[in-house]
Every structure is written in C-alpha cells, then in structure tokens.
Design a protein around this ligand. Structure first.
Ligand SMILES: [Ca+2]
Length: 294
C-alpha cells in the first residue's frame, strides 16, 4: 500500500485531534448583529500564464476512444482526459497486451509533447502513434518501457513535431503483471500539449475542504441566526495551550482558508467575537477519555 500523501496524513491527524478538542462556534457578542456571508468568496489570484495547453482535455473539446475497458461501470476511457490524475479517475483497459487509447483533438494541432500519467498497472511496453484522419496512423515513438505510477513525457521527432495532428494514440505492446496476473493497462491521464508546459497544474482536490462537525455549537441567543464565517473571523485558542491544540488550529485554518478565501488568523489570549471559531482544550462532553495528550 502506498503511504498517504502528506496532506491527507495531516487531515487524518486533524480529524483525530478534532475529536479530542472541543470546537465551539460562539455567539458571545450578544449585541453584535450577525452578518451573512458574502455571496461569493474573494476571487483567487490569477495563475501565471503557461506557454502551452493540454489540448487532450475533454474541456478543450477533445474526445477519446479505446480498445475497451476492464469494467463497464468505472475506469472508463473518458476518465483519461478529465484532468484529474488520482483515485478512480483513470482508464483501465480490456485484458489485452494490445490495448490502446486514442484522443481526438478538437482541431489539427502541432504537438510539443505527450504526457502519460500511469497508474500502478502501466503498460510494460507501448508506443505512441499520431494520425490526421483517424484512419492512417504513423508511429511516433520507439517502444517505451515506462516506470509505473509515474509521469511519462515523450516528444515527437522534429519532422512530426512540425506538422499538425488530430489524433494521438497510446498503443500498448505488453501489460504489467500485478501479483503474477495481467489485468488491464491503466493510466490516469493522456495529455497532449501544444507548447512547453510551465508547471504541472495543481490537481483538483475533492474532499479536502474540511469542515469539521463542531463538538458543540452555541447559537447567538439573541438573533438565533446561524453561525457564519466572515472575512473578520478568527480561530481563537481559548485556554488551549497544548501543542496539539495549536496544530489543530493551524490545520483547521489552512483548510478553511482554502475553502473560503478568508484570512482566518489564529490567535490566543483574545476575547472571542461573534464570528470567531473557538478551540477549547478539554474533554468533549459525552465522550470521556477524549482529552488530547499535550
Ligand atoms: Ca483522469
């Protein structure tokens, strides 16, 4: 089993610690009006311009065909061009050493490089092919023996790179045995770039926007309005001095900043306001033995 990525390990730790640390959203400032969240969080900063684009993405107008799939309800060919290189977002082929997957680009394009993001069951050997009409194919690489579960980048010959192509195919030649059995050929993404790639784009992280369930919640007793985060919200350590509590606060702040765009300063020794999240070190009511170890 591969180790959890560092971010997921941190989240797992946060979830464990949150179970041991009372998280209280308070409405302590009874006379302060409760402000609703803005309709939309602040816009994220613009990404630096890349010189090339992955034109194999479905979102760029490409579509995909394949020799077949291992299953009928998941790991289908369209998962190879959805821009997500993790989890079940992968294509796994029919059980054949000659399995293939071909991308049809939205328009004829000069190709700077082709990137294959392999799953653990990569092709033991494969080559690339290109075509202008989907009927006549040209071999576009020697036989490649990639390292499974890595990103594999290939460039075309100078002559082929100077022409425009509408189709790119990963043609397997041999499968990788998994526990002495050959299943399908599996890849997360087949990318076709029309120019140099400035950097690997950040992957979408579904499920990482952690919003913990409070151990207890105190409504504003005057307005009875629901608790809302705002741009002024802070994470207040209320008497929580254990290093574990600081760790929970930092992880909570990191996750909530990502999902709200708010600064969410972590402070201690401050009087909590109506929009602050309060972390209180102690045993969760009704759950004995949940006090964190300092
Ligand atoms: Ca994918």
């Amino acid at each position: 089993m591969r180790p959890l990525p560092a971010r997921r390990r941190r989240l797992a730790r946060a979830a464990a610690l949150l179970g041991a640390t009372a998280l209280v959203a308070t409405g302590l400032a009874a006379t302060a009006p409760t402000q609703a969240l803005p309709a939309t969080p602040p816009a994220p900063a613009a990404e630096p311009a890349a010189t090339g684009h992955n034109v194999a993405l479905a979102s760029a107008g490409a579509d995909v065909t394949s020799s077949g799939t291992e299953l009928t309800d998941r790991w289908l060919a369209d998962k190879a061009i959805d821009g997500v290189a993790s989890g079940d977002s992968r294509w796994s082929s029919n059980y054949s050493d000659q399995a293939w997957l071909a991308v049809h680009l939205a328009r004829p394009t000069t190709i700077d490089h082709v990137t294959v993001k392999w799953e653990a069951a990569c092709a033991a050997a494969y080559h690339l092919e290109v075509s202008k009409d989907g009927q006549t194919w040209q071999r576009a690489s020697e036989t490649i023996r990639p390292t499974c579960a890595t990103t594999d980048t290939q460039t075309l010959s100078a002559a082929q790179a100077s022409e425009q192509w509408s189709y790119v195919k990963m043609q397997a030649e041999e499968r990788t045995p998994i526990n002495n059995t050959k299943y399908g050929v599996s890849l997360y993404e087949l990318e076709v770039w029309d120019g140099p790639q400035a950097a690997d784009p950040p992957q979408a992280s579904p499920g990482l926007h952690l919003v913990p369930l409070p151990a207890s919640l105190t409504d504003n007793s005057v307005t009875q309005a629901p608790f809302t985060l705002s741009a002024e919200s802070r994470i207040v350590l209320d008497g929580a001095t254990a290093s574990a509590a600081h760790g929970v606060a930092d992880i909570l702040a990191t996750e909530l900043r990502a999902s709200t765009g708010y600064p969410l300063e972590v402070v201690s020794s401050a009087t909590p306001g109506a929009h602050d999240v309060v972390l209180r070190d102690g045993e969760v009511p009704g759950r004995p033995g949940t006090r964190p170890t300092p």
